[in-house]
Design a protein around this ligand. Structure first.
Ligand SMILES: CC(C)(COP(=O)(O)OP(=O)(O)OC[C@H]1O[C@@H](n2cnc3c(N)ncnc32)[C@H](O)[C@@H]1OP(=O)(O)O)[C@@H](O)C(=O)NCCC(=O)NCCS
Length: 139
């Protein structure tokens, strides 16, 4: 798998990947999520490319205090081959290069497989509750 930045011709494939991985939600318009990422650190929106096909993604960002990773996805037909681990290692290296001291990320409640994956990569539960407030509705 080659890891490269997203380019606009990937849009349909990336959204299909997110749908196949169960990452889309009615309140998050994936087109808008991609368009927003194109305005902030677009080079950190990573694509895992296998033989010219989009097989994985990770939307990475550094806000000046913490690094964040969203939309980590590996095509279900390609899971279990180390691609998720590779993408996260790449994301961590990019963040360290920028001086980012810590990654935060959100895992939806009950997603035990993903919790097991992150545990394997050395991520631990923070003693914090995630709060959110929607500022711009997508619908
Ligand atoms: C989570 C996800 C990205 C993992 O990608 P992957 O390429 O299958 O993972 P890897 O093959 O790199 O696995 C790395 C390690 O994590 C562990 N792991 C991966 N999936 C696991 C699972 N379902 N259960 C338990 N452990 C798991 C393995 O032990 C593996 O260790 P190994 O390298 O010693 O075998 C992928 O399953 C996915 O896209 N899931 C659906 C989307 C999703 O929920 N994303 C997270 C949003 S928060």
């Amino acid at each position: 798998m080659q890891i490269r930045p997203y380019n606009p011709t990937d849009e349909a494939d990336v959204i299909a990947l997110w749908k196949a991985c169960g990452l889309t939600r009615p309140w998050n318009d994936p087109h808008r999520d991609i368009a927003r990422k194109m305005t902030e650190q677009p080079e950190m929106f990573l694509i895992g490319d296998v033989d010219g096909h989009v097989r994985a993604s990770a939307m990475v960002g550094f806000d000046g205090h913490r690094g964040w990773v969203y939309y980590l996805a590996v095509d279900p037909a390609h899971q279990g081959h180390g691609y998720g681990r590779m993408l996260m290692a790449h994301a961590e290296a990019l963040l360290v290069e920028r001086g980012c001291p810590k990654i935060n990320l959100l895992v939806r409640e009950g997603n035990d497989a993903v919790l097991a994956f992150y545990n394997e990569l050395g991520y631990t539960r923070d003693a914090a509750v995630s709060l959110g407030k929607r500022l711009i509705p997508d619908q």
